[in-house]
Design a protein around this ligand. Sequence first.
Ligand code: 4AD
Ligand code: MG
Length: 505
Amino acid sequence: MIQIKDFKGFEGQTIETQGWVMNKRSGKGIEFIILRDGSGFAQCIVSEENVSPATFDRAKRLSQETSVKLSGKIIKDDKQIGGYEMHVDDIEIIGESVDYPISNKEHGIEFLMDNRHLWLRSKRQWAILKIRNRIILSIHNFFQKEGFIQTDSPIFTGNAAEGSTTLFSSKYYDQDAYLAQTGQLYGEAMAMAMGKIYTFGPTFRAEKSKTRRHLSEFWMIEPEMAFFDNDMNMDLIENFIKHIVTDVLENCKEELEILERNLSVFKNIAKLRFPRLTYDEAVKIIKGEKTINGKKSTDILIEDLAEVKAQINNKKAELQEKEKEIAGGLKKGVKNFIQNKIDQLKNEISDLEIVEKNIPQWLSSAENFRYGNDFGGSDETVITRMFDVPVMVYNWPHEIKAFYMKRDKAMPEMAKGVDVLAPEGYGEIVGGGERETDLNLLLSKIEEHKLPLKEFEWYLDLRKYGSVPHSGFGLGLERTVAWICGTQHIRETIPFPRYYGRLHP
Ligand code: 4AD
Ligand code: MG
C-alpha cells in the first residue's frame, strides 16, 4: 500500500492506496475524487471508459468521507494538489459515510467545535496539526543538541506556583490536590541534579474568560538551567525561537501554503536581534512617550485604523458585486462557488470590523495605562506593532510577578523576569526569568502571596544545599502554533481544546 506523500516515487506505475474521499466532482463520464490519507492529498480520476461499469457506478455514488482502497496509475501533473494524480482502475469501499455533517460551505464555529472529532479531518486542521508536530520535533531537537536532559514534572501537585486564582482543584485519594499550572518548581530541583533540563507537558489554568489566547489546558515547554543569569536566559530564548521558526519555514511549506500564511512577517526573524526592552521602556512605548524609528505607537494605530476602514470598504464593494452576480440565473455549481465567496467575504468583513472596534479601545487603554500594571492583550499588541520580530520585555515590577522571581539588587523594586511578545497581536508566548536564591526574600514572598509554607519546604531546600544562580522559561506551545500558523484563535492549535465553556468532545 502506497501513501499519497510517496506517489512521486511511483510515476507511471500502477499501485494501490487507501484513504478517505474528501471531495468529489463529476464531469461527463468522469469522476474527480480528492483523496486524503493523512500523509497528503491527491486527485484520483475515474473515467468511465477505463473501468468496469460496476466500478464507475461505485465512483459515482462515493460520498464525502467514505473510506476506500483505490488502485491505479500515478501520473505527474504539476497543476494538481501534491503534483501527482492517480488514474483509477479499481475501487474498493472500506467504510461507508452517510450524511457527513461538515461540508465545504462555511460553518459556524460552535458547530465546528461540537464536531471537532470530525473537523480534524479538514485540510486546514491537518495543516495546523502537522505544524504543531514539527514545532514539537524542533523543540526537542534544539534542546537535545544544546545538551539539555528532558525530565518530567508531576501533574498532581500540592501547591500553586503561578497564583492561586487559576488553580484547578482535585482530590488525590483523601488529600486535596491541584493540577499543575507549571512544572517549573520541580524543574528547578531537576536542574540542580542534571544541570540543564526541560520539561514538556500539559499544564492547567482555570481561566474564566474566553479569549483568543487562553486555554484551560495547554502544553508548556519549560527549560531550567543551573548557573544561568537572565541575560544568558534571554540569549537562549532568542536562539530557541529563531530555531523553531526557521525549521518550520523550511519543513512545512505545503502546510503554510494551505493556511495561506503571510510568510513575509517572518523574513527578519533569523536575521535581526530581538529588541530587549525594560518594562519602563515598554510602558513609554505603550503610552506614546517613546518613538521607535521616529514613530509613536499611537500614530501607528491611527494609521492602522484608516487602513482597516479602507479594507472594509473594498470588501463591501466586492460583496455587493458578488450579490448582484448571484441574483442572475446561474448554474448550480457556479452559484455555490459564488455563495461560498460571499460567505467568506462576510466573515472577513466581520473580522475586520472587530479590529475597527478594537483599535480605538487599544488607543484609549494605551493612553490610560498605569505604570506598575501588568500588560493586557491590547498593550502587548501595541508594543509588538512597533517591530517585526518578537520583543523581549525584562525587569518587571516584582509585585506583579510570581513569588519565585529574583529581585534586582540594583533596583529592588524590579524582578528579573522576561516576557517574549510575538508580533501581529499574538501576545506573550514566553514567560520566564532568573529565580530568587535569597532564602529570606523567598520566605517573605511566600507569605505575601499567602501560599502555604509547608508545601514549599522542599523547594526552599534547593536554596539551602548548594544553591546556585539559575534561570528558565516557559514557552506556551499553542500560542506558538497560533502565531506561526496565523490562526485567529488558539482553539484550533490543539486537537481537543479545553477552554472556558468547552469540555466536549
Ligand atoms: O508566563 P507563564 O505563566 O510562566 C510560567 O508558568 C513559568 N512558570 C514558566 C517558567 O519560567 N518555567 O506561562 C508561560 C507561557 C506563557 O508565556 C504563554 O505562552 C503560556 O505559557 N500560557 C498559556 N497558553 C495558553 N493558555 C493559557 N491560559 C496560558 N497561560 C500561559
Ligand atoms: Mg506570563
